[in-house]
Design a binder for this molecule. Structure first.
Ligand code: ADP
Ligand code: MG
Ligand code: ZN
Length: 617
């Protein structure tokens, strides 16, 4: 999908201009001054007197500070030239000069300044204007040539966007092409419905979000989903990728955005899709880089202006996709812009099997292929990776002169593709999956076996965008504002439950608990320093919080000795919570195994499923 030019024309052009500038400066410093200076020939004083007497000299200038005499006369070819000689102390010279006559019998111009430089205007033209014009011209030709070679649009038509117009027949994608991603599809279906019958929404006074932002890791089908929306809605689909803006001339980005939206307004109802929006929508308060930053900012500002200028009832929906939502400028996420976020996460077991099936339709597949088995072996793989696996399997079959893809081709393809991605640490190995499953069940079991802790609502070992390998979601039954000492302590025990499970089952532990450690420590620390929940310090405030509404930093307000005691107290709390968790898990080891196996099998389980197994005899 991506345009992969071997060269980035914008970069090449920048190099070209830098080199041109250096050449220009060198010319100006070394070559032009000599070129522009009139040739002056050195002659002897005798020669000067002889020329003067011969009546050939037309003008003479004496320069006492330099100790030179410069004079002008015609050479053999009749061209006026300059000659220079030493200013010799010769008392008779002045009289001689006054009496001498020049070529046409006129008096010799004496003492007047003889211009040794060409006229300043000419100077400027030759040394600056011409070379710059020449370089720019060559640069433009070069750019045009490169753009042509890359098969891109014509860079010379300033301000005319070459946003491609995709109509339904061209995207050819529908929701049926997107497997899994049911939540995302549901959210987008609403948008499709709006484009079909806007009156239904307008008559009730509802306004639909102008823009929706598809957020998720690479290869999860964001671009595919956007195309499917266009296919479902049967409306024109304008798409542009953020990275295309970056490769353009200064001022082009903003012009393109303007043009894109103008086209869209003419064709409404329609969909405008901005892929990889992070490339233009990066937060503006970041470190300002080189000139390119300005360009991006202009483009972003234009985009914001256009979005604000749109009247939602017109039926222009703006979709955008990004894998790095955290870098986006806040202005983009304000209400009336991309106010709706549609998460597009990595597929779970069912999702993976479904994606495999969708792509398997395109190849000749053995009827007995077990997609579930493949899906099980590929937790953490994205849709794009799964599509790639099917293709690899087909290639393997071809290599062996077979006309049908078999299970073993698929298994082998999984290995090749996973090996390719495992370096990036994305796909969990079977062993890692086991560890993560026990870890998460550890949290959940400790939580469930303690009174005063929120019920578990979801456990998953599908890796998240955030980088977490799994998580256990607990939602309290009711909103509470007060935290009792027991609840706080139980929470810490729950945090330690993951590590405790790893220790119990594997006799060792992994780095997977780093976030738990952080959270447990933070809570234990505030129990001691701010909440008055430790035996040692009673209700003594040991920390002051500055700017609590800005989640300001807490500063210790105590002596050094006390700080040490605090650390010991915090450690004691965490240690006893950890022991409690270990005790709970040891008592429930059977259930731990049973639940972890179930989780490994399903990858995502609900709170009810968890409770059902827990309470099963
Ligand atoms: P993203 O834009 O999120 O990086 P793409 O939409 O470009 O990902 O997905 C790349 C390819 O991966 C798609 O063209 C499709 O073949 C495949 N793919 C990804 N997700 C899915 C899915 N949910 N169902 C079917 N195919 C998918
Ligand atoms: Mg994409
Ligand atoms: Zn954990």
């Amino acid at each position: 999908m991506k345009k992969e030019g071997p060269k980035n024309p914008k970069k090449a052009i920048i190099y070209y201009y830098i080199i041109a500038l250096v050449v220009l400066l060198l010319l100006n410093a070394l070559v032009f001054p000599r070129m522009m200076q009139r040739q002056v020939s050195e002659v002897t004083y005798n020669q000067f007197i002889a020329d003067l007497d011969a009546g050939k000299v037309s003008a003479v200038e004496e320069n006492e500070s330099e100790g030179t005499i410069t004079y002008m006369m015609k050479d053999e070819n009749g061209r006026e030239r300059l000659y220079r000689t030493a200013l010799i102390n010769d008392p008779g010279r002045v009289d001689r000069l006054l009496q001498a006559s020049g070529p046409d019998g006129a008096a010799v111009q004496f003492g007047g300044v003889i211009p040794t430089q060409a006229s300043p205007l000419m100077n400027l033209l030759v040394t600056v204007v011409f070379p710059v014009l020449l370089f720019v011209l060559v640069g433009q030709l070069l750019m045009r040539f490169m753009m042509k070679k890359m098969g891109g649009g014509n860079a010379m038509t300033f301000g005319k966007s070459n946003a491609k117009v995709y109509v339904e027949a061209q995207t050819g994608k529908t929701f049926a092409d997107v497997a899994g991603q049911d939540e995302a599809k549901e959210a987008l279906a609403e948008i499709v419905d709006f484009l079909h019958n806007p009156s239904k929404y307008n008559s009730i006074g509802a306004t639909l979000p102008k823009g929706a932002l598809l957020v998720g890791p690479p290869g999860t089908g964001k671009t595919l989903l956007a195309k499917a929306v266009a296919g479902e809605a049967h409306v024109p689909f304008f798409s542009i990728s953020g990275s295309e803006f970056v490769e353009m001339f200064v001022g082009m980005g903003a012009a393109r955005v303007r043009d894109l939206f103008k086209q869209a307004a003419d064709k409404a109802p329609c969909i405008v899709f901005i892929d990889e929006i992070d490339t233009i929508g990066k937060s503006r308060d970041g470190a300002a880089g080189m000139g390119g930053n300005d360009e991006r900012e202009q483009t972003l500002n234009q985009l914001l202006t256009e979005m604000d200028g749109f009247d939602g009832s017109k039926g222009v929906i703006i979709l955008a996709a990004t894998n790095r939502p955290e870098t986006l400028d806040k202005a983009l996420l304000r209400p009336g812009r991309f106010d709706r976020r549609i998460p597009v996460e990595l597929p779970d077991l069912e999702g993976r099997a479904a994606i495999l099936k969708v792509h398997a339709k395109k190849v000749m597949m053995d009827e007995n292929v077990d997609f579930m088995a493949i899906a099980r072996a590929t937790s953490g793989a994205s849709g794009a990776e799964l599509a790639n696996m099917i293709n690899e399997a087909a290639l393997l079959a071809v290599k062996q002169n077979r006309r049908i893809v078999r299970q073993e081709d698929l298994m082998e393809a999984v290995e090749t593709v996973i090996a390719g991605y495992q370096r990036k640490n994305k796909v969990l190995s079977q062993r890692e999956k086991r560890i993560v499953a026990y870890h998460e069940i550890g949290h959940a079991l400790v939580a469930a076996r303690q009174s005063d802790s929120a019920p578990v609502t979801k456990i998953t070992i599908v890796p998240r965008t955030s980088g977490a390998l799994g998580y256990t979601l607990q939602v309290p039954e009711e909103e509470t504002n007060l935290l009792s000492r027991e609840e706080a302590f139980n929470k810490i025990a729950t945090f330690t439950g993951g590590r405790a499970a790893e220790e119990l089952i594997f006799g060792s532990y992994t780095s997977g608990a780093s976030n738990d450690i952080e959270q447990a420590t933070r809570l234990a620390r505030s129990m001691v320093t701010r909440l008055g929940m430790s035996a040692e310090f009673d209700m003594m405030a040991l920390e002051t919080v500055s700017g609590p509404y800005l989640s300001g930093d807490a500063a210790l307000a105590c002596s050094e000795g006390t700080a040490e005691k605090i650390d010991r107290e915090v450690l004691a709390i965490i240690r006893s919570a950890h022991e409690k968790a270990a005790g709970i898990l040891a008592e429930n080891k059977e259930k731990l195994h049973e639940l972890a196996n179930f989780l490994m099998e399903r990858e995502t389980i609900t709170g009810e499923e968890f409770m059902e197994i827990l309470h099963r005899e």
